[in-house]
Design a protein around this ligand. Sequence first.
Ligand code: CFM
Length: 541
Amino acid sequence: MAINQEVLDEMLLPYPDKVQKNRTKHIVRKNPEEGCQQIEANTRTVPGIISQRGCCYAGCKGVVVGPIKDMITITHGPVGCAYYSWGTRRNKARADDITPPEQIYGAMCFVTDMQEPDIVFGGEKKLAKMIDEVVEMFHPRAVNVCATCPIGLIGDDLGAVTKKATEKHGIPVLAYNCEGYRGVSQSAGHHIANNILMENVIGSGDAEKNPSEFVLNLLGEYNIGGDSWEIERILHDIGYRVQGVLTGDSSVEEMKNMHIANLNLVMCHRSINYIAEMMEEKYGIPWLKINFIGVEAIKKSLRDIAQVTGDETFIRRTEEVIAREEARVLPVIEHYRKICTGKTAFAFVGGSRSHHYQYLLKDLGMEVVVTGYEFAHRDDYEGRSVIPTIKTDADSKNIPELDIKPDPELYKEAHEHLNLTKEKFDEICSRVPLGNYEGMYPDMNGGTLMIDDCNHYEAEQLVKELKPDLFFAGVRDKYIAQKMGVPAKQLHSYDYSGPYAGFNGAMNFARDVANAMTTPAWKFIIPPWEKESENKGDINA
Ligand code: CFM
């Protein structure tokens, strides 16, 4: 669906001249004849505009270090910053052989609760006391201290406090100067967190490479709704060992030895590319951008990984796992695909997911007509396509044979239920791969819109004008669309669902999307502004 220039002009018209000039640079209407059109990204939001962005503290504490399950993360600041970054992202963790249940702290919230006297006289003593208390009570393997805006303004010396605490307690106590106002979005917080983890945690273990295994790290995957568990399931079935995930369901113990990997997989490039690059430089570990959202993207990613190993066994096992999984999930997805085909969507997420979900929605026959990132940089929009070639000494012959061949009997019922003939199934399986999945812009259709740091007003105008069948965004925007009768789904936390990654995830997503669009609830919604006359004079209406 191509979008008329008039719709855009009308949206920009009410802005003051200066703002109009600014916002125009952040909006691209794709014209395939122009080559790669440039978008302005990673610059300051116009003050006063209701942005979808978060802050530096959100990127550091909420995104990168918060999910590390066996570290206690203390928010040094007012209670509100800690409260609003507590639990809402749905990054899951569970106990395992390495981490016992009493050393998982994700359900708890730790904050120094800075009050007025602390702001006046400084909060260093309070922080030092709190570190002593948490170490005494919970015995964590390591502690993070994340600063919020007031800490930078009053000048507490986080580094000095944590250095003393490290010596006193004999465990790493790490300081992150991720005050909310640093940089222009949460992107700065990712960078700060990446640097500290790389300096203090990654590579500090003493594990040695086992030449008989091929070891992967999964970077930029945060286990939202169980995503990384589903990705790891697939990788294990092929025969890879996953050493560490940054940082979904991760532990310090695993992270310390991530330097022994053969290859780093990068799921979210935006939040973790710094570590991927530093590990390449320091340990010579190449990295590969992958995407486990949507069947076609997963297939391409698995084949790329197998190609990098250069090993026949992995290449064969990859095809076997793909065949087994497709036989199971494609009939179900096909069922929902019938409902989704031809529908349109908007997708606004932070710095990589809008693009990942472009794939899954394409798999479902839907078109993303307006999309964008909150805080991505230009390379996320434009894409980068590099496949490293390494020859390793991995001896994959040691991988035990699993029964991973598709079992026709097991899936017969599902196929029959959907009336799927063998020919039809083969046709679904052989759909042309979508090709390069490296950037948002290359995957857009001509005439569709790409908007950087889209704000509340612009989202509302575009929903009004273009009436998409589905609106994907975060919690701040989802209710604008729903009040207009357009179903909306959070692509950050997946509302209450997930996983959406991997083969099972693609099936879950198709079900949720089809359900959202077919529920009759949207027809019954009368937005509050249309009810206004009824409510006049009655404050409790
Ligand atoms: Fe990476 Fe993310 Fe994203 Fe991100 Fe985020 Fe997130 Fe996101 Mo919300 S790390 S850039 S800072 S994929 S929390 S898991 S969904 S905005 S698109």
